[in-house]
Design a protein around this ligand. Structure first.
Ligand SMILES: [Zn+2]
Length: 468
């Protein structure tokens, strides 16, 4: 059986799930489900990133130990994903001792290779990002993602990783079309431009951050949280039974804010440790909310629970997939989500289901298995969900509704062959559409397919009530 291993980033525990985390996780779930459906053995990993200074500070404010704080917050993510019907196979937490052990082993390999050295580092550090910023990262003298007081001057003695040593090799990998791992193309050029501008080594440890994994060769320092976090993708395959053969990952899915760590630093770490590289890294863009950047201070953050309350689980998954920010940021908003839900699901798909089931009750339909077209698979694998869904609607759903409007079977006698023919044809199209949409709306598709098993069954009530 062909194996397929995909990951979401592990989400930083200091945050609560919002539509950004949701879109990455739903995207991964759609891909995981499609790969399972086409007969592959899938390992789908998600989780939480739990070390670092920020976590220690928040825990202290709440009067909890960092570990107790993490134990309290991590389920916010795992439980949200369960509600959203995310079919992850394992939820990794970086405070898992089995992960910590693999981190130590991997870093020891990098040390043994001679790829680390101790040096003094001074620079601008963003406490929000938990990273040193370069001069080009700074906007108005501070981190563009966080407020000015989060950017502080920091100087300390750290262990450094010889990142620069691996840059020529990484450039070669990216420039060669057969080994390029960065998608989409625009992100590849962005990374290459930065690599060619010259790259310094990077510190891999922290001196005064106790909430972290101690360095195997210097217990006074802890592993920089980013190194610790990246290793999760590998560590899960090492400490879980029967998952070893899933490495290397086939697909890392992530948002553009963490592109650099995943496409350069992670690769360099693996090259140094002589571990196989992940096959493909897909970087998506962000959501804008009604034309503005989503931010806590603007109060426009959309949470998954808000969407689920309005649109249900499958409605939420559908809307997220339909508006997925691939290469460019996607502008969304609750009102536009309502419009889209009503247009696509209530009026179009929902209407087709109720027409076919009401008018065609009792009609036999053929039981042939629906084979998923390669074109659809390629679109899904490239996170082009909008295009993939659009293709299904155009070819099977819109087409059937149009045909029904033309033939008007509700005006024909119940035994009229024309009536039987059109309803059987539409039921068949609906069955194909539901099979395609199963990875996006698993429960709804299952309900539709159950309605169309062997014969058309009458449907009691609509699947998608209109939303006001
Ligand atoms: Zn920042």
């Amino acid at each position: 059986m062909k194996k397929f291993y995909l990951t979401t980033p592990i989400y930083y525990i200091n945050d609560i799930p919002h539509i950004g985390h949701t879109c990455t996780t739903v995207a991964a779930d759609i891909i995981a489900r499609l790969h399972r459906k086409t007969g592959e053995e899938v390992f789908f990993l998600t989780g939480t990133d739990e070390h670092g200074q920020k976590v220690a500070e928040v825990a202290e404010k709440e009067g909890l130990s960092p570990k107790d704080y993490c134990d309290k917050i991590s389920p916010r993510f795992s439980e949200t994903w369960k509600v959203l019907n995310i079919s992850y196979d394992f939820f990794i937490r970086t405070t898992d001792q089995r992960h910590e052990k693999v981190v130590g082993e991997l870093l020891q390999k990098i040390y043994d290779k001679g790829d680390v050295y101790k040096a003094k580092y001074e620079g601008w550090y963003c406490i929000g990002c938990e990273k040193f910023l370069t001069e080009t990262d700074l906007v108005d003298g501070h981190c563009p993602l966080h407020s000015a007081e989060k950017t502080v001057k920091k100087s300390e003695e750290n262990w450094f990783f010889k990142l620069s040593k691996y840059i020529p090799q990484i450039i070669k990998l990216i420039e060669n079309n057969t080994s390029n791992y960065i998608f989409p193309e625009s992100k590849k050029s962005e990374v290459l431009a930065k690599l060619k501008a010259g790259i310094n080594d990077i510190s891999l440890s922290r001196e005064n951050v106790s909430w972290g994994i101690p360095l195997p060769w210097d217990k006074n320092q802890t592993v920089y949280v980013w190194f610790d976090a990246l290793i999760n993708y590998y560590s899960a395959t090492q400490f879980l039974e029967n998952k070893k053969e899933f490495w290397p990952a086939d697909l890392h899915i992530l948002g553009k804010e963490i592109l650099w760590f995943h496409t350069v630093i992670w690769q360099a770490m693996l090259l140094s440790a002589e571990i196989k590289l992940p096959v493909k890294t897909y970087i998506h863009s962000f959501y804008m909310i009604d034309g503005q950047k989503m931010s806590k201070s603007l109060g426009n953050v959309i949470s998954p629970s808000q969407l689920i309350d309005l649109f249900g689980v499958d409605g939420t998954r559908y809307l997220v997939a339909r508006s997925f920010p691939t290469e460019n940021d996607a502008d969304v908003g609750i009102d536009r989500f309502k419009e889209k839900y009503n247009a696509d699901l209530a009026n179009n798909l929902g209407n087709l289901v109720s027409r076919v089931c009401k008018l065609g009750e009792g009609l036999k339909i053929n039981n042939q298995e629906v084979i998923i077209d390669n074109k659809y698979k390629i679109l899904i694998n490239n996170l082009k969900f909008d295009e993939a869904i659009g293709w299904v609607f155009e070819n099977y759903i819109d087409k059937s509704n149009n045909r029904l409007n033309e033939v008007t079977p509700w005006k024909l006698e119940i035994n009229d062959p024309k009536r039987i023919e059109i309803l059987t044809e539409c039921a068949q199209n609906l069955k194909i559409a539901a099979t395609y949409l199963e990875s996006i709306m698993p429960e709804t598709s299952k309900k539709i397919l159950d309605q169309l098993d062997k014969e058309i069954k009458g449907l009691e009530s609509g699947l998608f009530p209109r939303i006001k």
